[in-house]
Write a protein that binds this ligand. Structure first.
Ligand SMILES: CC(=O)SCCNC(=O)CCNC(=O)[C@H](O)C(C)(C)COP(=O)(O)OP(=O)(O)OC[C@H]1O[C@@H](n2cnc3c(N)ncnc32)[C@H](O)[C@@H]1OP(=O)(O)O
Ligand SMILES: CC(=O)C(=O)O
Length: 525
């Protein structure tokens, strides 16, 4: 069980699920809970039992299907409705019946919300808090209280906001969580209000939304001011602009301020966990996310690379391995000799300084024509091999290709391609049909090569992206095609550029097949 002195509280399954476009099944929720537990968080808020059948079902299945090693489950819900007894309120009953050891109650702490949203008196709201907290405590559940709109409420009526905190604590709430519900706070003022609230003597927590882009900074400011419970969501998920990214907060607290919150080995699994959760939520991961994004330790500028060559820490705030991420070198027209040298090393090649210089010039020249190598790792490696070999070597060469596209009488559009290739001393002519010209070309190349290279059967084109690049000063616009391919063990990307989209696609395709053959062990010596 996690240390109770400082709480890392995950609300991905409740506030994270309030994000537009995020819709989790019960099985998804159970899978996310397992991942967050493996990270070592102290609490996992599973949802609002009683508010919808899915969340009720989650708590029912959690009892037999979740074997949490570190975290405790928290059920979220509201204080009783005005004018009824806590024991008689059906939503409070659902919290009791959830079997969660912890209940997190949301309560109004902003006087205007009490009057306008709850349409009740300030005194009745305090009674709703007191009754619900003490009722659930008497039923044996631990209670945290989320003081909704606390900071805006404090600025308007500090006495009432503080009275809410006091009432909850006196009724038995273990933590009163100060919520920046509208996410409009900035760190300095938020820190001052947390410090002032600490005078009440309650244990304080923090829950921040990211509407000013300060959710993480606000959470850190609250901890500095005395909060010992911090809420957030995986991957910055949450209502509107999201919640504090719990991964960022956790890494900041542990790696910058020395808190001992999760085992170092779990922190070193955080990047994998963040990406596994993205798979479950089906939300594309933010590549720029601090700590866990694929770009979080990716270096593009030549000058950065030249310093990193001497010492990686010169351009990195931590060792990426601490959070399970990796340093990556990007090669583009911003590269210098050091960038390609380091990228070469990453790929297993030691380049001489002449080779590095030639390669940089080549990359810059091609990027000026529209190629992009940071997104086409395989094309860069082929270029690098050509530089090292001093010549362009391929498994096959093309004599010609031809594609026709036919709209058939039944409305079906079919591409038909013919390729004439030379491979292993043979001249091969093959055709292929597909649902478009590129698909047809791909099939024709495979037909041509499949008897010589049967491994091509495992190669798949999994993504095809086209971008029209503006022409400059009298030049024609050109088309850039990026193809992502895969085999049983991984993926790679290749790029082609031409005024003609099929020629651009052919270039990317030809490199995709070449690189696939290299991966299958057919070297080019
Ligand atoms: C800041 C946050 O993110 S808090 C989390 C918010 N999450 C959600 O709202 C998601 C789940 N919510 C729901 O499924 C529904 O809104 C429910 C089941 C909770 C309530 O549904 P309904 O009864 O249909 O009411 P509705 O959604 O219109 O909400 C208004 C009612 O909630 C009451 N209410 C609002 N806030 C609170 C509160 N903090 N405590 C108690 N009651 C509250 C209002 O007084 C109003 O009650 P009334 O209808 O008796 O006047
Ligand atoms: C409780 C909550 O989610 C909020 O106030 O933002």
């Amino acid at each position: 069980m996690a240390d109770d002195r400082f709480h890392v509280y995950d609300t991905t399954l409740r506030d994270g699920a309030q994000q537009e476009g995020l819709n989790l099944t019960v099985a998804d929720k159970l899978a996310v809970a397992r991942l967050m537990d493996s990270l070592g968080v102290g609490f996992i808020e599973g949802g609002w039992p009683g508010a919808n059948p899915k969340d009720t079902e989650f708590f029912r299945r959690a009892q037999t299907e979740l074997d949490l090693k570190h975290a405790q489950l928290a059920a979220f819900g509201a204080t009783r409705r005005a004018g009824v007894k806590a024991a008689d309120d059906p939503l409070v009953a659902a919290l009791r019946e959830s079997a969660a050891p912890v209940v997190t109650l949301v309560a109004k702490s902003h006087d205007r919300h009490v009057e306008l949203a709850l349409r009740t008196s300030l005194q009745e709201n305090l009674a709703m808090i007191r009754d619900t907290v003490s009722h659930l405590r008497a039923e044996g559940q631990r209670v945290f209280l989320d003081a909704e709109h606390f900071f805006d409420g404090y600025k308007r009526n500090p006495d009432y906001a503080l009275e809410v905190v006091r009432t909850a604590a006196e009724a038995g709430a273990d933590v009163v969580v100060l919520c920046d519900t509208n996410g409009g706070m900035l760190p300095d003022e938020l820190g001052e209000i947390v410090s002032a609230t600490a005078a009440v003597g309650a244990r304080l927590g923090i829950h921040c939304h990211d509407d000013t882009g300060c959710a993480v900074a606000n959470s850190m400011a609250a901890v500095k001011a005395g909060a010992t419970h911090v809420q957030g969501c995986a991957n910055n998920y949450g209502e509107r602009a999201g919640n504090a990214n719990l991964f960022t907060v956790l890494a900041n607290l542990q790696l910058k301020w020395g808190y001992d919150l999760v085992p170092p080995a779990a922190l070193a699994d955080m990047t994998r966990i963040a990406h596994a959760i993205s798979e479950i939520t089906n939300v594309t991961p933010n590549s720029h996310a601090p700590y866990t994004g694929v770009s979080a330790f990716a270096h593009k500028a030549g000058l950065h690379a030249s310093a990193i060559k001497v010492d990686p820490n010169l351009y990195q705030h931590i060792d990426p391995a601490l959070v399970g991420n990796d340093m990556r070198m990007l090669v583009s027209d911003m590269a210098g000799r050091a960038s390609v040298e380091l990228k070469g090393r990453e790929l297993g090649y030691e380049l001489t300084s002449d080779q590095s210089r030639n390669l940089v010039e080549h990359v810059k020249g091609l990027e000026a024509k529209g190629y992009t190598f940071e997104a086409a790792d395989a094309s860069f490696e082929l270029l690098l091999r050509d530089t090292v070999n001093g010549e362009r070597k391929r498994h096959f060469s093309v004599e010609s290709w031809r594609v026709i596209v036919e709209r058939r009488p039944d409305g079906e559009v079919v591409g038909e391609a013919t390729v004439k290739l030379h491979a292993k001393g043979e001249r091969i002519i093959a055709t292929g049909e597909g649902n478009g010209p590129v698909n047809a070309l791909d099939r024709a190349v495979r037909h041509a090569l499949e008897t010589i290279y049967p491994e091509l059967a495992a190669l798949e084109l999994i993504d095809y992206k086209v971008r029209i690049l503006e022409g400059t000063h009298g030049t024609e616009a050109v088309t850039r095609v990026l193809i992502t391919s895969s085999d049983a063990t991984g993926e790679w990307a290749t790029v082609g550029v031409d005024e003609n989209i099929i020629e651009a696609s052919w270039q990317a395709l030809e490199q995709a097949v070449t690189y696939g053959l290299l991966r299958a062990g057919h070297d080019l010596t």
